[in-house]
Design a protein around this ligand. Structure first.
Ligand code: SF4
Length: 100
């Protein structure tokens, strides 16, 4: 029910080109749920420095051995700058941000 309502609302607001499921899905993510960025961690590169955690502990959680378990974490709106600081702090370049 909720998804149907959101899809109807999205359909009214997507005006460029053909409306398809992917566009509706993207519109819902960015305009309704306000989901923007996702944290991606290459666990093979992570060596457990915890520099990301030091920048934003809630965005870059660690496992019991100090390795990042942040892969797939959605960055809440307004936290993008802190997420980028965590990315920049990683000496192994193990983290990057992508559009969710
Ligand atoms: S700073 Fe980089 S290497 Fe260190 S825990 Fe975070 S992701 Fe892993």
């Amino acid at each position: 029910m909720l998804l149907q309502r959101l899809s109807r609302r999205a359909t009214k607001n997507v005006s460029i080109g053909a409306v398809n499921d992917r566009k509706i899905h993207e519109w819902i993510l960015t305009n309704v749920l306000e989901i923007g960025m996702k944290i991606n961690v290459d666990r093979a590169r992570c060596t457990g420095h915890a520099m990301c955690f030091a920048q934003a502990p809630e965005l870059f959680p660690l496992d019991d051995e100090g390795f990042s378990i942040a892969d797939g974490t959605i960055v809440p709106p307004g936290q993008e700058e802190r997420a980028q600081r965590g990315v920049d702090a990683c000496p192994e370049r193990a983290i990057h941000l992508s559009n969710s």
